[in-house]
Design a protein around this ligand. Sequence first.
Ligand SMILES: Nc1ncnc2c1ncn2[C@@H]1O[C@H](COP(=O)(O)OP(=O)(O)OP(=O)(O)O)[C@@H](O)[C@H]1O
Length: 264
Amino acid sequence: MKSILEVRDLSISFGGLRAVDHFRLTLGEGELVGLIGPNGAGKTTVFNMLTGIYRPTSGRILFRGRRDEEPRDITELKPHQITSRGIARTFQNIRLLKGRSVLENVLIAYHYRVPYSLLDAVLRTGRYYRGERALVDEAMEFLSIFGIEGKARELAQNLPYGEQRKLEIVRALATHPVLLLLDEPAAGMNPKETRALMDLIRFIRERFSLTILLIEHDMSLVMNVCERIVVLDYGRIIAEGDPESIRRNPEVIKAYLGEEVEIA
Ligand SMILES: Nc1ncnc2c1ncn2[C@@H]1O[C@H](COP(=O)(O)OP(=O)(O)OP(=O)(O)O)[C@@H](O)[C@H]1O
């Protein structure tokens, strides 16, 4: 299996706090890996470094984008450059344009790779119309995979919470990523919605040849959907392995003591 992401000894400090300490991770093409850990362990901070929002204090991030043969160093790149190289993410706190329609929310994601120039758009050329129509068709196809195509014209803020989370994933898919980072995709969903989401995550991985790294508090989701799990505690990796070994790992059980989540 070719590796797509290689994270070498990534660390970051905020003032005196070492939020992430020598984080290492290699993702093979097509893998579905979970990143778990108690509250404040550093999971979202890892995502923020992978997507250029935070600059690590030390360490390197190597990523093989869609056009690259070999992994390239993306540690210093800006968020939009990282998105256009093929890493997309969702956020723990949903970041939709709430006053815009569901469809518009997806279309906005396309500005990373629109096939026409701004001039085409202003002059409303044939290329613009052909491009726009193709984008709308594709956006509708993404929405239909998540069963929300019927709500394309509704305002994003009127969707139930679970569907807003799905729309965030659709928006990430619209950037045509090779690596998808999902930050608590099942947060706020009921068990039935969570199970359906698990199936969808597996489905989109196959359908779009994605590699997926996901942060999740819902242990049933993580244990069922992920092939490999990395556990962070106080910014450090304390365990890594298949779901079964993680479930039985004494360090992991200890780290979760006192947390509201159950790892059984
Ligand atoms: N911009 C920042 N400035 C200062 N401290 C920060 C910043 N971002 C994160 N931290 C701190 O880094 C630590 C890790 O936070 P992070 O949000 O990555 O944890 P997490 O594992 O994602 O937690 P949760 O599961 O609660 O979302 C926390 O102590 C947090 O307060």
